[in-house]
Design a protein around this ligand. Structure first.
Ligand code: MLT
Ligand code: ZN
Length: 474
């Protein structure tokens, strides 16, 4: 329906710029549901600004009129962080038209890019300049920089390069009242007061809207050695990780744990993905060593270390990729796990982390709990073991009822997260809080931390218009 001439939407449309405010059904439909289909909201309208100035005008207007704004990037959130509520009063703001790489400076090892850039395009822009942008995750073909930074995304290279936060040198942010905070510097050293930019990373759009960022680049990896390794248990995987870090001079770029059930799921649902070592082992590891030096000899080193690991009983079989095609095949298997799980049926996801050394014990205790208490589910626990981060997911068992699994969700969530807490871990390692884990944050965060978070929220967003209901309870 078209807004009447004097309505707030019509005024916003006139102020924001031609063709910025959309109310068509197709435009709204695309942003009203999260990709896991956990939430379906109803948007007031969709704003598609092309410039920082347009974002600023939109927010100033919404601030004055107390209109809630829901920043929305690639819609790949696992926690419903970018979906409007059901009220029909929230404006969804997408920066997908702000997708320019503003500059790449190879000498400075930095680039400045707008929030609407698709992650894979940023990786390519860095590569075209002979540099490397290490943020990498399954959704990189569609997720956007603004979402990556707002959720402090992790992904596959964290063990070496850190989370999204570690890659940020500066930010341009439009505040809730429309003012623009610009710290797009590429300085490595700048100790001038509070680190304001850091507050917006991981804030999930609840404090302001990130419109651009200056990012850290690295030398390109020129020697890469990748292996798919069968291991008898998670404990030996963690031991193998420690050994490889030591013997390679900390060249481990990725270290991912894959259970047999995940290999089976991928083989069943994702055509063309092969299991490099069959399905005879209960656990596998995908590990990758990288170096910016072309002549590091990482392939030979990895072969040597894996032979020693086989000898020591830390591994039972191993395949080292002999070429880029084989390497891609290993990665395709790992990256297809979420898709295979979705195709198999319903799933309950727990994105948890514990100290790496405690991960085997955690897995043992958590798996035993699932075995004794959960009906009609298959445990698919996999992930970024190099970072102590597991996707402890429970999938609908074949022939079981999805409703049966869902009905157990509150009890399962409580038991798993309580155990994570006991292990000194986090109930949200890399997916954020969104709407899904608001109650979990309220439950597990120390009261003083919550008090300070609320004070920060009030300081940046006094009228509570920025992504209300996400991260903190409203
Ligand atoms: C992954 O590492 O594949 C993801 O973060 C997705 C998941 O939780 O399943
Ligand atoms: Zn992950």
């Amino acid at each position: 329906m078209m807004p009447g001439p004097g309505s707030p939407l019509a005024l916003l449309g006139a102020l924001a710029g031609a063709d910025v405010i959309r109310t068509g059904a197709a435009d709204l439909e695309a942003v009203q549901q999260d990709h896991r289909r956990l939430y379906r909201g109803k948007a007031l309208a969709l704003a598609l600004p092309r410039t920082v100035d347009e974002v600023s005008r939109i927010l100033a207007f919404c601030h004055a009129r107390r209109i809630a704004v829901v920043p929305h990037a690639g819609n790949t959130s696992y926690c419903g962080g970018a979906t409007p509520d059901e009220s029909g009063t929230q404006l969804v703001l997408s920066l997908r038209r702000m997708d320019k790489v503003r500059s790449v400076d190879p000498g400075d090892y930095s680039m400045v890019a707008e929030a609407g850039c698709i992650l894979a395009n940023l990786q390519q822009a860095a590569e075209a300049a002979g540099r490397f942008f290490p943020l990498s995750l399954g959704a990189e073909g569609s997720c956007q920089l603004g979402g990556n930074l707002s959720t402090n995304a992790g992904g596959l290279n964290v063990v070496r390069y850190g989370m999204a936060r570690d890659l940020v040198l500066g930010l341009e942010v439009v505040l809730a009242d429309g003012r623009v905070l610009s710290t797009l510097s590429t300085l490595r050293k700048d100790n001038t007061g509070y680190d304001l930019k850091s507050l917006f990373v991981g804030a999930e759009g609840t404090l302001g809207v990130i419109t651009a960022a200056s990012l850290r680049l690295f030398p390109r990896p020129r020697d890469v050695a990748t292996a798919f390794v069968a291991v008898p248990e998670p404990r030996t995987a963690v031991e193998l990780l420690a050994r490889l870090r030591e013997s390679s001079g900390d060249r481990v770029g990725s270290f991912e744990l894959v259970p047999r059930v995940a290999v089976e799921l991928v083989a069943r649902h994702v055509p063309g993905v092969a299991a490099p070592l069959g399905i005879g082992s209960p656990w596998y590891v995908l590990c990758e060593l990288t170096s910016p030096r072309a002549d590091e000899g990482l392939g030979a080193l990895l072969e040597r270390e894996l032979a020693a690991a086989l000898e020591a009983g830390l591994a039972t079989d191993a395949a080292v990729a002999q070429n880029e095609r084989e390497r891609q095949a290993f990665w395709r298997l790992r990256e297809s796990i979420p898709e295979a799980q979705t195709r198999e049926g319903a799933s309950l996801k727990h994105d948890v982390s514990v100290p790496v050394s405690r991960l085997p014990d955690f897995l043992r205790r958590a798996s035993a709990w699932v075995q004794g208490h959960v009906e009609g589910a298959v445990l698919v626990a996999y992930g970024h073991v190099g970072d102590g981060n597991l996707h402890f997911n429970l999938g609908q068992a074949r022939g079981a009822d999805a409703a049966l699994l869902k009905s157990q969700e509150p009890a399962i969530r409580r038991a798993i997260h309580d155990l994570v807490h006991e292990f000194g871990g986090s109930f949200s390692a890399e997916h954020g809080i969104g709407r899904l884990k608001v109650d979990e944050l309220a439950r597990y965060a120390p009261p003083l931390e919550l008090e300070l978070m609320r004070a920060v929220k009030r300081a940046f967003d006094p009228h509570g218009i920025m992504n209300p209901g996400k991260v903190l309870k409203t």
